[in-house]
Design a protein around this ligand. Structure first.
Ligand SMILES: NC(=O)c1ccc[n+]([C@@H]2O[C@H](COP(=O)([O-])OP(=O)(O)OC[C@H]3O[C@@H](n4cnc5c(N)ncnc54)[C@H](OP(=O)(O)O)[C@@H]3O)[C@@H](O)[C@H]2O)c1
Length: 270
């Protein structure tokens, strides 16, 4: 039996959930979990083949929820408008946006390739903006809903040699906090999830120098993060940090910034 079959109680009625970054890692695990719960999912990313494989896997497993595969680049506002329009055409409503698409960068900031830095900001910040701006009118039309922004512990405690990635996730933190106040009257909740190190393709796809990987830092599975997203939809927290070790990391980073900066220079150093 697959992990996603035995995790959560099915929501009633089923929700319609748009997930960006659904072709791999956390987004893919979330798509399977929600389809297993009976929700309908629009799975958006650039890799059409992997999205189709995801849809086929859900169909072969006879999951109760349907998956609609939509090829979309979050950097393109028109593509995100289209992803929402296709969702409405297929499922008639939208209840949840999970903005999961993202890419990392490692290496010294000053020497970094400008194109790579732009890609990080355009994916992690512009991509979230385009996704939110496309989704909110549909969420409003459905009478409210929930937006999940996938951030990182580095969005709260930035690391050396990960400056632009940290800055992009700090922007996500700020966007989430502002939006929460703006959308409350519409009945739209906003949760920022601060993910720690997760075992996905993220590290392999990271731009810039590969740098040292913090091998001794424990990793989460994408399924665990997907479970956290499902929990956030039930409980509506403002922010969610899934593990005690990540909560400790954030707490120490805020309380003892000098000490943490020195420690992170050693962990993230070239
Ligand atoms: N893994 C970690 O250690 C970790 C830690 C903290 C935070 N996070 C955050 O978690 C989120 C998910 O990452 P992951 O770990 O699941 O990594 P992943 O396995 O590399 O997945 C990243 C996803 O983002 C999509 N994506 C990237 N650029 C895109 C674009 N321009 N348009 C549309 N989709 C795009 C990719 O799909 P396509 O290539 O098919 O477009 C892929 O589906 C990211 O926001 C990341 O910053 C991860």
């Amino acid at each position: 039996m697959q992990w996603y079959r035995r995790t959560f109680i099915p929501p009633n009625p089923p929700r319609v959930i748009l997930i960006t970054g659904a072709s791999s890692g956390i987004g893919r695990a979330a798509a399977l979990l929600f389809a297993a719960m009976g929700d309908h999912v629009t799975a958006a990313a650039r890799d059409t083949g992997r999205l189709e494989a995801l849809r086929a896997e859900a169909e072969a497993a006879q999951l109760p929820g349907r998956i609609l595969a939509v090829t979309a680049d979050v950097m393109d506002p028109a593509a995100m408008q289209r992803a929402v329009a296709l969702t409405l055409a297929e499922f008639n409503r939208l209840d949840v946006l999970v903005a999961g698409a993202g890419i990392g960068h490692r290496g010294p900031l000053v020497e970094a390739d400008w194109g790579a830095l732009q890609t990080v900001m355009r994916t992690n910040v512009d991509g979230v903006l385009h996704s939110v701006r496309a989704a909110v009118p549909a969420l409003r039309a459905s009478g409210g809903g929930h937006i999940i922004l996938v951030s990182s512990v580095l969005g709260v405690v930035p690391a050396p040699y990960a400056a632009v990635y940290s800055a992009s996730k700090a922007a996500v933190e700020a966007l989430g906090r502002s939006l929460r106040g703006e959308l409350r009257a519409d009945g739209i909740h906003v949760t920022v999830i601060r993910v720690g190190q997760a075992n996905t393709e993220f590290a392999a796809r990271r731009l810039g120098r590969s740098g040292r990987v913090a091998t001794r830092w424990p990793t989460m599975t994408p399924e665990q993060v997907a479970g956290g997203i499902a929990r956030a939809l039930e409980r509506h927290p403002r922010t969610l940090t899934l593990r005690w070790i990540d909560r400790l990391f954030i707490g120490l980073g805020q309380r003892f910034p000098g000490l943490m900066d020195r420690l992170l220079s050693r962990i993230y150093g070239e």
